[in-house]
Design a protein around this ligand. Structure first.
Ligand code: TXA
Ligand code: MG
Length: 318
């Protein structure tokens, strides 16, 4: 088991000596190591059991520090950073040689983000290196949104969990590239498309077909999946089809009398998409542990954070 607590000095000391620390962010917990130390970064891939072609996000506490690790910051990136940092936004920018290639898995672009969590921001302020951090889950599984989730799966492989409570957003950051005068969405996440459009009207989606190597490997279809099979559809239609099986339910707002209450997770009784995002990953993890055969889930309204929630539900069912 990993020691856990809110001791920033302890986290700092471990990171400075090349060890890994799980850190809270507003989106999900990250598995952090010194981004300038190739051996620390290599151990991130190892602990996560993550393929080394899948690059990591570099975290710092300010746009000024980000500028040390990229070749330049285009005006549109600056505008987005001003609007959303610290926050659930990751920008793909031309990588500076100052950062070891292992962080970006050899790509000439680096993913950079300033996360919004008081403990981690304060830690980043005190470090003289940035943190490479993927979500703190074994490769392919659901991202952790509290310290228990990290402890359960990676506890025996890391030195310390900086415990910052439950993640306030609960879904990973939105990943954006900037191409010509357009924002290109590589991963839907904690900043909604509507919020992006308020800053810049031209928002496009990165298209790639499943055969090619995905531009953001987080887009691999098998990602974010629980162990149990997840079926997406209209719950009223699905329930009779699975009447002979033990089912778990993920519903947006409603309780279903056909299923025992402990096997149901309601994402938001009031229909609040932000609350639904906060609860989604915990709900999937909890149901994954119950003695059930299958998880039935319904999609949520497809706007605001609803798009990112639906994206994760679809991936969980792939
Ligand atoms: O909210 C988040 O983004 C969390 C917290 C910890 O910051 N991090 C996170 O990291 O979700 P990870 O590694 O689980 O997902 C990052 C995604 C991966 O799909 C990775 O392939 C993609 O970002 N990515 C990272 N660097 C990239 C690059 N240079 N080019 C394209 N995609 C990149
Ligand atoms: Mg991840």
């Amino acid at each position: 088991m990993a020691v856990r607590g809110d001791d920033i000095q302890r986290a700092k000391q471990l990171l400075t000596t090349g060890r890994l620390v799980a850190v809270p962010t507003e989106t999900v917990y990250g598995l952090a190591g010194n981004a300038l130390d190739p051996r620390a970064v290599a151990s991130i891939y190892e602990v996560k059991n993550r393929p080394t072609f899948n690059p990591l996000i570099t975290h710092t506490n300010s746009l000024e520090k980000v500028a040390h690790y990229v070749q330049y910051v285009p005006p549109l990136a600056q505008k987005l950073a001003n609007a959303f940092w610290p926050g659930p936004l990751t920008l793909l920018l031309p990588k500076s040689p100052a950062l070891p290639d292992i962080v970006t898995a050899g790509s000439d672009r680096v993913a950079v983000r300033v996360p919004q969590h008081p403990l981690t921001l304060s830690l980043l302020q005190q470090l003289d290196f940035p943190l490479a951090a993927p979500s703190a889950n074994p490769f392919g599984y659901i991202s952790p949104t509290n310290a228990d989730h990290v402890q359960e799966q990676l506890g025996d492989k890391i030195g310390y969990i900086l415990d910052g409570g439950s993640c306030s957003v609960g879904i990973e950051s939105t990943i954006l590239g900037i191409e010509d005068d357009a924002i290109v969405v590589y991963r839907l996440g904690g900043i909604s498309v509507e919020e992006l459009e308020k800053i810049h009207p031209k928002v496009q989606f990165n298209k790639h077909d499943a055969e090619e190597i995905p531009a953001a490997p987080g887009m691999l279809k098998s990602h974010y999946a629980p162990t149990k099979k997840v079926i997406i559809g209209n719950l009223i239609d699905l329930l009779p089809q699975y009447a002979t099986q033990r089912v778990g339910l993920i519903s947006f707002k409603n309780i279903f009398s056909q299923v025992p209450e402990e096997q149901q997770r309601i994402l938001s009784g009031t229909g609040d998409l932000n609350e639904a995002a906060q609860r989604l990953f915990s709900a999937l993890r909890q149901l994954d542990k119950l003695p059930i055969d299958v998880i039935l889930a319904e999609l949520v309204p497809n706007y605001g954070l609803g798009r990112a929630i639906n994206d994760r539900l679809m991936r969980a069912s792939a």
